[in-house]
Design a binder for this molecule. Structure first.
Ligand code: GA4
Length: 330
C-alpha cells in the first residue's frame, strides 16, 4: 500500500491506494430466505460473519427510487451538498470519515433512523424534492429494518434460543439506535492513468452495531478480509443484500459469530452507490452474551458494557482499530 504525494496527484493526496485484484471471490455464503431450512443456514453464515441473502421479496421499486434520489443528490452542485454537512456525525460528508482523521475516496449521507434523536428529517438534505427523497428513505428504511429483524429471528430460532425476539426486539424498539448511510464512490480515472492503482473508498473496519444490511449497484469494490488476513473481492449483486455481523452480535454470541473486516475500493471508470442499514440497540442496552451461548460454568469472553459506552469508544477510535480489544477479558 502507498500514500500518494506527487503534486500531480494532489487531488488524491493522503487517500491510500492499493491494487484491486481482478478475480472475484466465489465463497461467500448465500442464504435463501424462502428455504424452510434458512434458520440453520443463517447460523452457519453468521459464523463466517458475512453473507448474501436472496429471495427476500424486497420491493425493487424502493431500491430504484432511493438510488435515483441518492444519485440526484450526489450529482447536484457541491455548494448545495455542503449545505447538508459537515457530518456531526449525521449529514453530508466528503472524503472525511468519522472525527479522527480517516479519509477515503467517498462522499456520503449518514442519517439517524431514530425519530427521537437528531433525525435525518431535520437535515437540509432533501433539497428541492423534500417529500420524494424523504419518502424514498422512509420506505426503504422500514422495509430493511423489517428484514434485519426477520434475519435476527432466524438466528435465535436456529440457535434454539427463546424468546425468538431476543435479538430482533433491539432493532424494533422505538429507541433502537440504528443508522443509515448512502455512499457514493466516484470513479478515479486519472489515478489509473498515473499509477494503475485504485483509491481506497472506505478503509478497512468492522461495524460496531448488531447487524448491517448492504445493497449496492453493479460496480464492484467491496472486499472482505478472510480469517488468514487475505482480502477478497465480493461479486456485486444489485438484486440481493449482503449482511455483516457487527461487533455487538459477535459479543452477544460470545464469539461464535464473527464481525468481519471489510473495505471498499473505488473503481477506475464506474461510480459505486451503496445503501447500508446499521441495526443498533437502544443506547442504554447492555451488550452481553446470550446465556445459552456462554455454557454452564463458563464465563463470557467480554466485559459488560452498554451500547452507549461502545459507541462512544468507537467514535474515539480510528476506522481500522480493533475496537473490541478494549472489552475483552484478559
Ligand atoms: C463504521 C460503520 C458505520 O459506517 C458507522 C461509521 C462511523 C462514521 O462514519 O461516523 C465510524 C465507523 C463506523 C467506526 C469508527 C468511527 C465511527 C467512523 C469512525 C472512525 C456510521 C458506524 O457506526 O461506525
Amino acid at each position: 500500500m502507498v500514500v500518494l504525494s506527487q503534486p500531480a496527484l494532489d487531488h488524491y493526496s493522503l487517500i491510500k491506494t492499493c491494487n484491486k485484484p481482478t478475480s472475484l471471490f466465489s465463497g461467500i455464503p448465500v442464504v435463501d430466505l424462502s428455504d424452510p431450512e434458512a434458520k440453520k443456514h443463517v447460523v452457519k453464515a453468521c459464523e463466517f460473519g458475512f453473507f448474501k441473502v436472496v429471495n427476500r421479496g424486497f420491493p425493487m421499486e424502493f431500491i430504484n427510487r432511493l438510488e435515483a434520489e441518492a444519485l440526484r443528490f450526489f450529482n447536484s452542485p457541491q455548494s448545495e451538498k455542503d449545505r447538508a454537512g459537515p457530518p456531526d456525525p449525521f449529514g453530508y460528508g466528503s472524503k472525511r470519515i468519522g472525527p479522527n482523521g480517516d479519509v477515503g475516496w467517498i462522499e456520503y449521507l449518514l442519517l439517524n433512523t431514530n425519530p427521537d434523536v437528531i433525525s435525518y428529517k431535520s437535515h437540509s438534505i432533501f433539497q428541492e424534492n423534500p417529500q420524494i427523497f424523504r419518502s424514498a428513505v422512509d420506505d426503504y428504511i422500514s422495509a430493511v429494518r423489517k428484514m434485519a429483524c426477520d434475519i435476527l429471528e432466524l438466528v435465535t430460532e436456529g440457535l434454539g434460543i427463546e424468546p425468538r425476539d431476543a435479538l430482533s426486539r433491539l432493532l424494533s424498539d422505538e429507541k433502537s439506535d440504528s443508522c443509515f448511510r448512502l455512499n457514493h464512490y466516484p470513479p478515479c480515472p486519472e489515478l489509473q492513468a498515473l499509477s494503475g492503482r485504485n483509491l481506497i473508498g472506505f478503509g478497512e473496519h468492522t461495524d460496531p452495531q448488531i447487524i448491517s444490511i448492504l445493497r449496492s449497484n453493479s460496480t464492484s469494490g467491496l472486499q472482505i478480509s478472510l480469517r488468514d488476513g487475505t482480502w477478497v473481492s465480493v461479486p456485486p449483486d444489485p438484486t440481493s443484500f449482503f449482511i455483516n455481523v457487527g461487533d455487538s452480535l459477535q459479543v452477544m454470541s460470545n464469539g461464535k459469530f464473527k464481525s468481519v473486516k471489510h473495505r471498499v475500493l473505488a473503481d477506475h471508470s464506474k461510480s459505486r452507490v451503496s445503501m447500508i442499514f446499521f441495526g443498533g440497540p437502544p443506547l442504554s442496552e447492555k451488550i452481553v452474551a446470550l446465556p445459552p451461548l456462554v455454557g454452564e460454568g463458563k464465563e463470557s469472553l467480554y466485559k459488560e458494557f452498554t451500547w452507549c459506552e461502545y459507541k462512544k469508544s468507537a467514535y474515539n477510535s480510528r476506522l481500522g482499530d480493533y475496537r473490541l480489544g478494549l472489552f475483552e477479558k484478559s
